[in-house]
Design a protein around this ligand. Sequence first.
Ligand code: ATP
Length: 215
Amino acid sequence: MTRVIGLLGGTFDPIHHGHLRLALECAAMAGLTQTHLIPAHLPPLRAAPVASAAQRLRMVELATAGDDSLRADTVEVARGGTSYTVDTLMALRSAAPTDSLCLILGQDAFLKLRAWRRWEQILELAHLVIAARPGQDDADMDPALRQLQERHGVTDAAALQRHAVGGILSITIPALDISATRIRLSIAAGRSVRFLTPEPVIQFIQQEALYRNPA
Ligand code: ATP
């Protein structure tokens, strides 16, 4: 049986329950066998992270340790340099030629897809699972992206198993109002971040004295 692998890239500075719920909601709705959480070494389209790549990877490992369906993937941290998703997909595709690969994107990330390196190639290497939060609107979606969604859209998870690449499944997931930015700001302000991210991640942040200085 074809494995359907979810890929959730992020800065994970730090990882939090919003990321973990996103991974689990997508797994349930897209029928994913396993989901890889992939910390970027250096994200191309935003400011440099506060924690090092090794620290962010460690936090992803700690957060995913208790769940066999989630896996911390070192591909971008090990490759180093700027982390372009297209390079990651090429590497994962050649390591697992028959698996179905599903790149998980928040709707906000999908709306910026055209800024990504070689974005047109992404659907030749993977499916897209686009997760919108209730009420999120796509009124100002680029016409090229709307066309892409119309051309590649699939309505059921089974389609992601029948083909290894090229489908776009759009789903809606419940919103969890948590962000890494808010966690960093809370720590700098001396406030508790309990229940926003798993306890082992909080312990690691304390051990490493991360995020204590306001950015
Ligand atoms: P920051 O606040 O530093 O910008 P972030 O919390 O948005 O970080 P990222 O590592 O940039 O985290 O996010 C990786 C992916 O997870 C993105 O696709 C983003 O849309 C998604 N994501 C982040 N937080 C949530 C959340 N609370 N619910 C659903 N998806 C989320």
